[in-house]
Every structure is written in structure tokens, then in C-alpha cells.
Design a protein around this ligand. Sequence first.
Ligand SMILES: [Fe+2]
Length: 151
Amino acid sequence: MIDAVETRSPAEAETHSIQSDHRALGAAAERLELLLGACAEGGAAASSEVRVLLEEFRRLLEAHLSAEERSGVLKRAAVAEPRFARRIVQLMREHYELRRRVGALAAGPQGESWVGFRARFIEFRGVLDLHEQAENDILQRTYFEDLGGRG
Ligand SMILES: [Fe+2]
């Protein structure tokens, strides 16, 4: 009998880690959106809890963006698949804007109602989802479909 052997390449392992982060961020954003709904309906308890979760979400996203940049897996995908290179450069630039926006959100409502703040959060969530989906697609196509796991 053959023992189970780790056959994933480093790029595959990094891709799985990034995709796992994306799912965790999506779940955290979902919880926040629900809680912001309670805030918008006047829940005082929800409004104190949401400030803690907003900061946690900011830290989670910051750690994720930094890990992605450090790993270099997307930059290597740009070398392996030059057709994605331009999009990858754009995605890396978007990290700056994502950091700025999540930092502003973590400060909580700024002279706006919870309804307005919730709308701002939902808009950010949409932008983040598109960004993460684009990364997932590129990683999937680079390391799992076209090249059969090269990395
Ligand atoms: Fe990401």
C-alpha cells in the first residue's frame, strides 16, 4: 500500500491558501453585512459589535493582501502566462485602493446614517468580490487548467 504523498506544487498550495482566505473574507463580509442591517434598524447592541468586527475585517484583509504580495504567486503567474500579465499588474495596484477603502470603513460611519454606511460597505464588498474573483480565475487558469499544476 502506498502512503498518501503531498503532490501539490508550491503554487498550487499557495493558490489554495489564497482561495481559502477569499472564502474567509467573504464569510466575514457576510456577517458584517447582516450586522449592519441590524444597525440600520436601530440595534444599539449591533452597533457596538459592528465596530469590533469592522476592525477585524480590516486586519483580515490587510493580512491577506500582504500575504498575497509576499507569496509572489500572482507575479509568477504573470511570467508563466503573459496574457494575464496586464490584469495582474492592475490587480496588484488595486490592493492600494482596497487598503484605503477598508481603512476608511474601519473608522465606522462618518457623518452618515447606518443605512448610508451599510450601502458604502455593500459597495466595497462588491468591488472586493470582483477583485478576488479575478485573482481566483487567473490562479485557476494558470496553475490548474492550462499547465496541469506547474509552478
Ligand atoms: Fe486576494
